[in-house]
Ligand binder design. Structure first.
Ligand code: CIR
Length: 253
């Protein structure tokens, strides 16, 4: 397994913000937390491949938004936030040796944070960042390989995966206030603790859910359902509206 990452840029202090008020970000602490996250990915068996630093691109650490990778193909996204489009070139370069690369083209917009894969189904957020044309292009790119793609309206948060992520088997962790959970009928849904609305973002790597350390109550709920959880502290990047899925693109080698 390869985990593509990128260091925190100095410019993160000017990051895009949609639902949060700007707070000072401690760059030294943000980088230390990000390194610990990379170390956790490595300890779970990932080969961590860092993209070149992008000191002027504020949100470049959030590599997840730039690509959707499945076993057969990589889809280079086209972020709805125009400030993020210069991040694409380096991701395209990293993916080219690993998969055939298909690009989302204008007028489509798509951010990887809106794409939740469970087996051969891609749930795709219809959000401020991902539009109908982006969804249609993603669906067309993966359909030849037998993937089904379904749109899910996202109302209260930035991306679909701010509201729901996969934690193994048929189990998802969810904040039902931000999406219509009806799209996930038949799944075992674990609700976030009401005091932790941002706790629905988990990254499953080899059966272990990496999850924000600031969410102990939701962690307890997950563990009670048999999910193995490893907490990581990304609290500085949370101020930039980032979570644990956002900071990597996982590619099965
Ligand atoms: C942005 O607004 O684009 C960044 N500040 C945060 C992106 C977080 N990415 C994600 O949830 N996948």
């Amino acid at each position: 397994m390869i985990a593509i990452t990128r260091d925190v840029s100095d410019a993160i202090v000017r990051c895009e913000l949609t639902h949060l008020a700007r707070q000072p970000i401690d760059l030294v602490r943000a980088r230390a937390q990000h390194r610990a996250y990379e170390a956790r990915l490595a300890s779970l068996g990932c080969e961590v491949r860092r993209l070149a630093d992008a000191p002027d691109l504020a949100d470049a650490v959030f590599v997840e938004d730039t690509a959707v990778v499945v076993a057969e193909v990589a889809v280079l996204a086209r972020p709805g936030a125009a400030s993020r489009r210069p991040e694409l070139a380096s991701m395209a370069e990293a993916l080219t040796p690993l998969r055939p690369v298909v690009r989302v083209e204008a007028p489509g917009t798509l951010e990887g944070g809106d794409v939740l894969r469970v087996g051969r189904t891609l749930f795709v957020g219809r959000s401020g960042r991902t539009n109908d044309a982006g969804f249609a292009q993603l669906r067309a790119a993966v359909a030849p390989y037998g993937y089904d793609a379904r749109q899910v309206p996202v109302t209260g948060c930035l991306h679909l995966k701010s509201a729901i992520t996969w934690v193994g088997e048929r189990r998802l962790v969810v904040n039902c206030a931000w999406i219509d959970a009806g799209a996930f009928e038949g799944f075992d849904l674990v609700d976030v603790d009401p005091a932790e609305p941002f706790a629905a973002n988990a990254l499953l790597v080899r059966g272990t859910a990496i999850h924000g350390a600031q969410f102990p109550r939701t962690r307890a709920r997950l563990e009670a359902r048999g999910v193995r959880v490893e907490p990581v502290d990304l609290s500085e990047l949370a101020k930039a509206e980032g979570g644990v899925t956002c900071c990597s693109v996982i590619v099965d080698a």
